[in-house]
Ligand binder design. Structure first.
Ligand code: GLU
Length: 490
């Protein structure tokens, strides 16, 4: 298998800007990058080229190109050359078609799409195999010259070589396409525009691409491309076709089963490090127990021989699990920066940059699965008052000694010079001992006082994150609430 990467390695990521960057495309970009950087790691010269395949002018747009470039940058995927726009190279593609015509590797085809379709239907209807080259006779040269002269519309078709096309695919191994599967295909449309097959091969030749890494959906195009490489007397690159990504329904990942684009995951509050790691593992693994690997670690470990052949199922829960891990290990400053839009959504923008925001995020980030959830969990830290519900906290209202105990705790907290996790815990436990109650007698209502919730981060993390003054205010309010409810209760 031609997977050694000692010579120069040149790979390309070649998205069509007809939509947002799909996670399948992002994964292809990641493997291109890892192939390139893995080769560089091993001392080879290597380059990653970004080529935007925007020849489908009806469906491509500059805005989409920008989206893709931005999404790649957000994911941290780098390229060394480009972005090149394929549309700007069409003159060159046409020249290659002329060369193929002149050398007899291509021919003029005057048949309309309808004619071709009718013939296909008839042959397939007879239960026979259809390919263009067996279905039609080619027109003699003088007839061609006359019809071209007369201005008849024509397409240019590539003449597939006789015989099977064989190649070694890094993922799929030895591939062989028999002649009956090989069609003569159009390389220039009747309006003179080059088709994808021609453009991609001419560009790969010009850009000296050594490894074509792309989705399995292109596998059936590859014999066509090899035909072109050979006719253009260029070295064939090594091919690497990545298996599909499936949704939870085991069908090709699509909108039906949830988010599919990098942008959507970003907007959900997934951090790029998690998505990169997750996608890199969707079709590859290091062969050991590791699951959390940074880009640098992936570059260190990547080996194309370990790319898997079987389709991978996209598991959103696994991604969220990874995301939770990354949110707790990334630099706090980075988390704070990435959190900004979500903090704005929950109306806390004015607190960005504050000490309390940093403390609250640091406490809560270990408990949230995405940035949006994290931002939502910050609300209680910034509320002047919490409205306690008598029904929900009935148990505390019934405890006659509680208001005085909490009052005492509040005063001791207010008097602390070093308001820390250790000191607030010590003070609370000492008070519990003095009062001859279990620590829980103070811990649970203190949590409710500060967060209006019975679950959450470790209590003393919460106490400190809330701040001495704010926490004191909440405790005072909670004590007042207990008194009021006890008075009503009688
Ligand atoms: N532009 C093609 C696509 O987005 C990829 C072509 C290739 O990688 O050869 O599917």
């Amino acid at each position: 298998m031609a997977t050694t990467t000692r010579g120069p390695v040149r790979v390309r990521f070649a998205p069509s800007p007809t939509g947002f960057l799909h996670v399948g495309g992002a994964r292809t970009a990641i493997y291109n990058e890892l192939m390139c950087l893995g080769a560089r790691r091993d001392g080879a010269e290597a380059a990653h080229v970004l080529r935007i395949e925007d020849t489908d002018t009806a469906r491509s747009s500059d805005a989409m190109t920008q989206q893709i470039v931005d999404a790649l940058a957000w994911l941290g995927i780098e390229h060394d050359e480009g972005p090149f726009l394929q549309s700007e190279r069409s003159t060159h593609h046409r020249e290659a078609a002329e060369q193929l015509l002149a050398q007899g590797h291509a021919y003029h085809c005057f048949r309309s799409q309808e004619e071709v379709e009718a013939m296909r239907a008839e042959i397939v209807g007879r239960g026979e195999n259809y390919t263009y080259r067996t279905a039609f006779e080619r027109a003699p040269d003088d007839e061609v010259a006359r019809r071209v002269e007369a201005g008849e519309p024509y397409a240019v078709r590539f003449r597939m070589p006789d015989g099977a096309i064989e190649f070694d695919d890094i993922v799929r191994g030895a591939m062989s396409f028999p002649p009956e599967a090989l069609d003569d295909f159009i390389i220039l449309r009747s309006d003179g525009s080059p088709t994808y097959h021609l453009s991609v091969v001419v560009d790969d030749i010009d850009m000296a691409i050594t490894h074509v890494i792309r989705g399995e959906d292109h596998l059936s195009n590859t014999p066509k491309h090899i035909g072109l490489f050979r006719a253009l007397e260029a070295d064939e690159p090594t091919f690497c076709h990545l298996p599909l990504i499936l949704g939870a329904d085991k069908k090709r990942l699509s909108k039906r089963t949830g988010a599919t684009s990098v942008e959507e995951f970003r907007d959900q509050g997934i951090v790029p490090q998690a998505l990169y790691n997750y996608l890199a593992f969707l079709g590859w693994s290091p062969g050991d127990e590791r699951e959390l690997m940074s880009r640098d670690e992936l570059i260190e470990a990547f080996d194309a021989d370990r790319l898997r052949r079987t389709a991978a199922v996209f598991d959103i829960e696994k991604l969220r699990w990874m995301n939770a891990n990354y949110m707790s290990i990334l630099d706090l400053d980075e988390i704070l920066r990435r959190l900004e839009p979500y903090v704005a959504e929950v109306g806390l923008t004015e607190h960005l940059g504050s000490e309390r925001m940093a403390r609250a995020v640091d406490v809560q980030r270990r408990r949230a699965k995405d940035l949006r959830e994290l931002a939502g969990s910050l609300r209680p830290y910034f509320q002047d008052t919490l409205s306690y519900d008598a029904e929900r906290w009935r148990k505390f209202i019934g405890q006659a000694e509680l208001p005085a105990a909490l009052e005492e705790l509040m005063q001791r907290y207010a008097a602390l010079d070093d308001y820390s996790i250790e000191s607030t815990e010590r003070v609370l436990r000492e008070l519990a001992t003095e009062l001859e109650v279990k620590a829980g007698f103070l811990i649970h209502p203190t949590r409710v006082a500060l967060s209006n919730d019975k679950a959450g981060p470790p209590l003393f993390d919460l106490v400190v994150a809330m701040g001495q003054e704010e926490g004191g205010r909440h405790l005072r309010n909670f004590v007042a609430f207990l008194h009021a409810e006890r008075a009503v209760g009688g």
